[in-house]
Design a protein around this ligand. Structure first.
Ligand SMILES: [Zn+2]
Length: 391
C-alpha cells in the first residue's frame, strides 16, 4: 500500500442512482462523474445501514461474521479504519449517522473520530431506533395512535434533521489538522437523503406539511396516497440537491487538506430508497427484494478507475481500496441479505437473523442461509466460501 496516497471514502446514506446521476439534481457529483470514473452497476449486499455499512467497511457479507449490527469483536479486525491504521495511515472518521456512531462500535481504529455524540440532539436517531425496536403490538396500539393524533404538530423530524446536516461534516473537515498531505484515510457519512426528508430551505408552511408527511411515512406508510408519495419524493430530491452542495464543499476542503492528485476517492451509498415502486417505502429490511431503486447504488470514483463491464457490490467496493485485500478482480458476492431483529434484546446488543437472501443477478430467492457456506461462525476458508456462493 502506497503511503504516498490518500484514500477518501464517502457514504451518502439512502442515495438512489436515479437522483444521484441526474445532472439537474446533483450537478457537482455529475461533473465528477464526467471527469473521472463511475458505474451504473453497483449494488448493496444489505438493504439498510445496519449491515450495509459493515459490508462496505469490512468486506464481509451480512451474517458471514456476525449477527450484530455495526462493528464488534466478530468483525473489528477487518474494519477499514483499523486496517489503514495498521498500514501506517492516519485515519479520520466523521459521521452524522447514529447507526455509524460509537453506539454501534464505529469509533474504533481512528486517529480522529467525530460522531457528534456530545450533542445530545443526535440521540433522536437512537430514540427512533428504540421506538422501532418496540414489540409490534406496542407500536401498533400505543405509539402509532399517539403519532396519528399529533400528526402535523410533532416537529421532531425537523429537530432530527437539523442535527444530521452535512454542513457539520464540512465544518469538521475544514478544521482537521492533518500531519501530512498524503498517507491519510478519511471516511465521511452523510445523511441528507435519509428520512425524514426536511430540506433546509422550506417556508414555515412548507415545513409543517413536510413534517406531517414524514410522520405519516414513518408511522402509517400504508395510508400514503400517490400524491403524498410524490410530495415526499420531491422533498427527497431537494435533500439530494442539498447533499450535492455539501459534496462540493467537501472537495474544496479536501483540496486544501490533501494532495488531491494523489487522492483516491470513492463516493457511494449504503443502499437506495423506495417510493412505493413495489409496495413499500424507505429501505425495508424484511420484505422481498425486488425494488432496484432501493438496492442499486451510485458509485463515482476519483483516481480509481472502474470497469464499465463489472458489477460492484458493497464488498467489492471494499476490495477496491482495502489495503489488506488483494485488489478487486470481479464480483465475488452478488447477493443481498434481508434481515430482522430478534425480539427481546436491548438496542445495543440486539441480535439479527436473516429473513431472506436474494441472488439479484439471477433474480432468484435463495431460501435458506443454512444452505450457504458462510454461516455466522464459519470455520471454512475464504476460498471455500467463495466457491459456495458462486452457485
Ligand atoms: Zn443507510
Amino acid at each position: 500500500m502506497d503511503k504516498d496516497t490518500n484514500y477518501v471514502f464517502i457514504i451518502c446514506d439512502c442515495l438512489r442512482v436515479e437522483q444521484a446521476y441526474d445532472t439537474e439534481i446533483m450537478p457537482f457529483l455529475n461533473k465528477l462523474k464526467e471527469l473521472n470514473s463511475s458505474s451504473d452497476r453497483a449494488y448493496t449486499n444489505a438493504p439498510s445501514t445496519h449491515f450495509a455499512v459493515p459490508a462496505l467497511m469490512t468486506g464481509f457479507i451480512p451474517f458471514q461474521r456476525t449477527r450484530y449490527a455495526g462493528i464488534n469483536d466478530d468483525n473489528s479486525d477487518e474494519f477499514l479504519a483499523k486496517i489503514f491504521q495498521e498500514q501506517g495511515f492516519r485515519t479520520y472518521g466523521i459521521t452524522t449517522n447514529a447507526v455509524t456512531s460509537r453506539a454501534f462500535g464505529y469509533n474504533y481504529g481512528w486517529d480522529y473520530f467525530e460522531d457528534y455524540w456530545g450533542d445530545m440532539k443526535s440521540l433522536n436517531e437512537v430514540k427512533k431506533g428504540i421506538v422501532k425496536s418496540l414489540p409490534e403490538p406496542i407500536r401498533e396500539h400505543i405509539i402509532k395512535p399517539i403519532f396519528k393524533m399529533l400528526r402535523g404538530k410533532v416537529l421532531t423530524p425537523v429537530k432530527v434533521k437539523e442535527d444530521i446536516r452535512g454542513g457539520k461534516i464540512v465544518k469538521t473537515l475544514e478544521k482537521l489538522q492533518l500531519k501530512k498531505k498524503t498517507g491519510n484515510f478519511i471516511f465521511l457519512h452523510f445523511m441528507e437523503p435519509h428520512s425524514p426528508y426536511i430540506p433546509k430551505e422550506l417556508s414555515k408552511k412548507q415545513q409543517i406539511k413536510a413534517v406531517e408527511l414524514n410522520n405519516k411515512l414513518q408511522y402509517q406508510p400504508e395510508e400514503l396516497n400517490e400524491d403524498e408519495i410524490k410530495d415526499l419524493k420531491d422533498l427527497y430530491i431537494q435533500e439530494c440537491k442539498d447533499l450535492d452542495k455539501c459534496l462540493e464543499h467537501v472537495f474544496e476542503a479536501l483540496k486544501n487538506l490533501l494532495e488531491i492528485d494523489k487522492t483516491r476517492i470513492v463516493i457511494t451509498a449504503d443502499h437506495g430508497e423506495a417510493f412505493n415502486e413495489t409496495g413499500y417505502t424507505e429501505h425495508k429490511t424484511d420484505c422481498p427484494i425486488d425494488n432496484m431503486s432501493h438496492l442499486t447504488v451510485p458509485l463515482v470514483t476519483v483516481n480509481l478507475p472502474l470497469d464499465k463491464k463489472n458489477d460492484y457490490w458493497s464488498v467489492d467496493i471494499n476490495r477496491m481500496f482495502n489495503p489488506a485485500s488483494k485488489g478487486f478482480k470481479g464480483t465475488e458476492r452478488a447477493i443481498c441479505v434481508g434481515y430482522k431483529s430478534l425480539k427481546g434484546s436491548s438496542v445495543k446488543k440486539k441480535k439479527y437473523t436473516t429473513s431472506y437472501i436474494f441472488d439479484l443477478k439471477n433474480s432468484r430467492k435463495i431460501d435458506d442461509i443454512a444452505s450457504l457456506p458462510f454461516k455466522t461462525s464459519s470455520s471454512k476458508s475464504d476460498e471455500e466460501i467463495l466457491e459456495g456462493i458462486s452457485i
